[in-house]
Design a protein around this ligand. Structure first.
Ligand code: GCV
Length: 711
């Protein structure tokens, strides 16, 4: 069939006009949809300020900057904004480093720039030969990239740029995502579809999504990613896979992102006969003993091979002697000896080791919460200086609420990297709306008292407390191949919040939520207010309907979604629920005080005493540290039993209220995203009630008390 030019034009017109409608609201663009601003006064200000963009210099990163700023400004202003290489006569946005841009050089910001390091940037309104300009200046191109995203964020949030003067640099050096992605594209604890990485297509086919992923991370300042599961398959270090990793590293590089790999400690060994085994390797050695010369040689050669393909390779993430993974203790060597062997081999290339402290060997202590501290604190000072010990925020395992892991503050000679979980393994997967910034802030702001008052966890991990030679934070990613990346639209806010806090842990949850809402959903003040009010209390609500008052680890075995407080039979006692809640006719909770496991002694005073005494222990952690009587008087004046019932109920009520609030936004949110969230909230409400009813029904068998009327 022959098509006339007219037909072709009609088809093109239809496609062009329909496509944006389909793709505009599917969540793919995350917080970077750059919808046109509607406030006419601010629009006028921006239009005047940005009649053109001037970028001097050339590099792959600058190419990205050019494209992003043009796309962003044109979308937001709804006008053409030309990119020029020199300043014309009208106001412009000028972007450059002093080494590549004459305008920036002449402005002579060198003193200020030296304070901003490799990643920092300056955004300032100035006059260049009488012409008003807003400049983004940095020492490196990647700083310009971060600065450009920041400027676009300010504009998306409608902030006035008159007399703008911003200096920004990250408080933490390594800001990483950790993917628990497997070779077969399944994602351990992933709830957003398959893994983004298409290993069977690489290195030949490069999915365009890799770039979009890198762009999203760069927009937040995330500068590294460990692409595979910590329950690592050693195959990632074979030549075949190094070639695939190289392609990813090449895509990520201009976005300022370094590639890291999770390794299996036993990689030098022969492959295991059972493919599903967590032991075995890809080599031909009989041992993986870190002090064995052949083993050390094996790693040196392997690391050399990696760096030949990926010269800026970040390093290794290691889960060793944990949950069946091999490690140095298999050869009677310490974690430090194992980590040091790898660190020595990586050091000549500038690579680092991230050694996880997520260990809970039952032989160390009967209380799981104490084990990591007991294994790692004695090793402080024994790790090479290119090693991080990476620890989860709490002593157990990313539970809805945990007190902080007492390692923070207790290892002054070892850089500790904080590991947070963005994916909602224990917080309702991608079915529940739970904004995690308040949880992470609670951890970051917690004062450990390691060196007296003002020894917050944030100061441990940003290095200011102990002068660490390097600093880091990692988030277990919640991304997948779902069109909207994270499964739940609101789970995007957790990726966003992680990145923003990694850059600046002083930001408040409210600020972060507000930015995200304005950039993603709506700039209407009433909508912003309503959505923010839903998000801010959603974590506390989830704690209430799942594990209030310090309860923990009472979820469905394996799947980790619904409740299963009755779970009592497992190959390991510390995988059951009854081990943790210890409900009996007297009361509820795990006695970790000095009359119990004495985990309270791992904290610095005054927390040690405060947690230890039931009278002074905060209600939030009561059942974490104490076996409290059912009639124990809580701070509210209620008995423990009544308070438990109350908390479960207010948790569920919060979800009901979120659902009601969301319904009021029907006319303000596009239909696709509106109904997507509405359906999720309905599921959340139903499942929150299941949590409440199951847990209260179960605990009532012990308390033998009536469930009070609740309004
Ligand atoms: C990657 C918990 C999770 C596991 C995870 C482990 C870890 O046990 O349930 O899926 O394994 O933590 O952090 O290593």
């Amino acid at each position: 069939m022959k098509l006339s030019l007219q037909h072709v034009l009609i088809v093109i017109l239809i496609v062009v006009s329909v496509c944006p409608m389909i793709s505009a609201d599917d969540g793919y663009n995350l917080w970077m949809s750059y919808r046109k601003l509607d406030d006419s006064a601010i629009l006028k200000e921006y239009k005047q300020a940005f009649s053109s963009i001037v970028i001097e210099g050339d590099s792959e990163t600058l190419g990205i900057v050019r494209e992003e700023v043009k796309k962003g400004l044109e979308g937001l202003l709804g006008a053409d904004v030309p990119v020029l290489s020199t300043l014309s006569k009208s106001a412009a946005l000028v972007i450059g480093t002093s080494s590549q841009s004459q305008v920036i050089q002449e402005l002579n910001f060198s003193n200020e720039l030296t304070l901003l390091g490799r990643d920092g940037f300056l955004i300032r309104s100035v006059k260049v030969k009488g012409i008003p300009a807003i400049i983004i200046a940095a020492n490196e191109d990647v700083g310009l990239l971060y600065g450009s995203f920041h400027l676009l964020r300010l504009i998306q949030n409608g902030q006035s740029l008159t007399d703008v003067n911003i200096h920004s640099k990250p408080r933490i050096q390594y800001r990483l995502l950790n993917h628990w992605d497997n070779l077969d594209r399944s994602v351990e604890r992933g709830y957003a579809g398959k893994s983004l990485w298409k290993w069977d297509e690489l290195p030949g086919t490069v999915d365009t999504r890799y770039k979009d992923y890198a762009r999203a991370n760069a927009s937040l300042g995330i500068n590294g990613t460990a692409v595979n599961n910590v329950n690592a398959n050693p195959i990632f270090l074979t030549a075949k896979y190094i070639a695939k990793l190289k392609v990813l590293a090449d895509v990520f590089r201009p976005y300022g992102i370094k590639l890291f790999v999770s390794i299996r400690f036993s990689s030098p060994l022969r492959p295991a006969s059972n493919r599903n085994s967590r032991r075995g390797g890809i080599g031909s050695l009989e041992t993986a003993d870190p002090l064995d010369p052949d083993v050390r040689r094996w790693w040196k050669e392997k690391i050399k091979e990696v760096y030949q393909s990926i010269p800026d390779f970040g390093g290794f993430l290691v889960k060793a002697n944990s949950e069946g993974m091999p490690g140095p203790q298999d050869y009677n060597r310490s974690h430090a000896e194992g980590a040091n062997m790898l660190a020595e081999a990586l050091a000549p290339y500038g690579g680092i080791v991230i050694w996880r402290a997520f260990v809970y060997d039952a032989d160390v202590d009967p209380d799981r919460a104490k084990r990591a501290y007991m294994e790692f604190v004695p090793l402080d000072g024994q790790f090479h200086n290119n090693i991080f010990v990476q620890s989860k925020n709490g002593p157990i395992d990313f539970q809805p609420r945990e007190p902080i892991q007492p390692l923070f503050g207790a290892m002054p000679k070892t850089p500790l990297m904080l590991e947070l979980q963005i994916t909602q393994e224990y917080l309702g997967h991608s079915k529940h709306l739970v904004f995690l910034a308040p949880m992470w802030k609670e951890c970051l702001d917690f004062d450990t008292y390691a060196k007296g008052q003002n020894s917050q966890v944030s100061r441990v991990i940003d290095g200011s407390l102990h002068n660490y030679p390097m600093t880091g934070i990692a988030g277990v990613a919640n991304t997948g191949s779902d069109r909207n990346w994270c499964g739940h639209l609101f789970a995007q806010a957790n990726w966003y919040a992680f990145g923003r806090l990694a850059w600046d842990h002083n930001l408040s949850s409210e600020e972060i939520a507000e930015e995200w809402i304005r950039m993603t959903l709506s700039r209407n003040d009433d909508v912003v207010k309503t959505v923010k009010s839903m998000m801010i209390g959603s974590w506390e609500a989830c704690v209430n309907y799942m594990t209030p008052l310090g309860l923990h680890h009472i979820m469905q075995a394996g799947f980790h979604y619904g409740p299963q407080p009755s779970y009592a039979k497992s190959s390991r006692l510390d995988w059951t629920s009854v081990y943790y809640h210890r409900a009996d006719s007297v009361g509820l909770g795990f006695n970790r005080s000095s009359s119990g496991s004495n985990a309270t002694s791992q904290y610095f005073p005054p927390w040690r005493q405060r947690f230890d005494k039931i009278e002074t222990c905060p209600d939030e952690y009561l059942l974490w540290f104490h076996h409290a009587r059912w009639d124990h008087k809580m701070q509210s004046g209620r008995t423990l039993w009544d308070e438990l019932c109350y908390r479960y109920n207010i948790g569920v009520d919060y979800v009901k209220e979120m659902r009601r609030k969301w319904t009021t936004l029907e006319k303000d949110i596009d239909p696709d995203r509106f109904s997507h969230v509405q359906e999720k909230l309905a599921t959340q409400e139903k499942d929150a009630a299941i949590w409440r009813d199951t847990c209260l029904g179960y605990f009532q068998k012990f308390s033998k008390m009536p469930i009070p009327e609740y309004n």
